[in-house]
Design a protein around this ligand. Structure first.
Ligand code: ADP
Ligand code: MG
Length: 243
């Protein structure tokens, strides 16, 4: 098993509030790790630390064995390798779908416009959004925006993508389209860490399921272990709300 991301003894607090306490967490190449747990348990903070959007107070984060917290890694270049998809899409509202998918490739990967456009069209096609290339991103539905956000991330050729509740802001009828795209990426072997409340999806696609509770990893294991044979009382309690 080859580790892409290794988190060791990670600590993060906001003022007096300890949000992450001694977190050890690994994302292996080619695997899907889902992170489940109640609101406020620290799931987003963990992903945000891994994406360098929050600076941890202690601990290490290694990407392909290299510490990313030393300051030697340029955030934009690092984020092209470790992409993130957000609950609220974070598309550039004043830009077209195609421009959203091209800009990072041009600015960060220094690609030509032609190369960037070709890659953008390829990835938009992969998420079923190529017909909307010239639309303004503001005219799209939530589900369409999220598929564009995924295509934009894929254009950067990331080694891993972190998804933070990618379907939580969507109308129910849009959720399936986005989950289908994510399932396809999982089947293609993309390395992914996904914070989600979609338990059926988590059960189906996860190689590893991590249950977080109050800033600690309470329990982790295979999909079968966590969903069918949880050991900890807190895990059982949490999962019973979805049954
Ligand atoms: P989750 O994603 O599991 O819902 P979060 O990581 O967003 O949890 O939040 C964990 C805790 O940290 C919550 O109590 C939240 O209010 C707090 N928190 C998150 N971000 C900040 C911040 N920037 N400033 C202060 N408190 C924060
Ligand atoms: Mg969150």
């Amino acid at each position: 098993m080859e580790e892409v991301i290794q988190v060791k003894h990670l600590e993060k607090h906001f003022g007096d509030l300890k949000v992450l306490k001694d977190i050890d967490f690994t994302i292996n190449r080619g695997q899907v790790v889902t992170i489940i747990g109640s609101s406020g348990s620290g799931k987003s903070t963990l992903l945000r630390c891994i994406n360098l959007l929050e600076i941890p107070d202690a601990g290490e984060i290694l990407f392909n064995g290299e510490n990313i917290l030393g300051g030697s890694m340029k955030p934009a270049a690092y984020r092209s390798k470790v992409g993130m998809v957000f609950q609220n899409f974070n598309l550039f509202a004043n830009k077209s779908v195609l421009e959203n998918c091209m800009i990072g490739q041009i600015k960060v990967l220094k690609k030509s416009k032609e190369e960037a456009r070709a890659e953008a069209m390829k990835q938009l096609k992969a998420v079923g959004m190529d017909a909307f290339a010239n639309a303004s991103s503001t005219t799209l539905s939530g589900g369409q925006k999220q598929r564009v956000a995924i295509a934009r991330t894929l254009c950067m050729k990331p080694e891993v993508i972190l998804f933070d509740e990618p379907t939580s802001a969507l109308d129910p009828e849009m959720v399936g389209d986005v989950l289908d795209v994510m399932k396809k990426l999982a089947q293609e072997g993309l390395t992914m860490a996904v914070v989600t409340h979609e338990m059926q999806f988590a059960k189906e696609v996860s190689d590893v399921v991590v249950f977080m509770d109050q800033g600690v990893i309470c329990e982790q294991g295979s999909s079968d272990q966590i969903f069918n044979h949880p050991q900890k009382e807190r895990t059982k309690q949490f999962l019973s709300r979805f049954m």
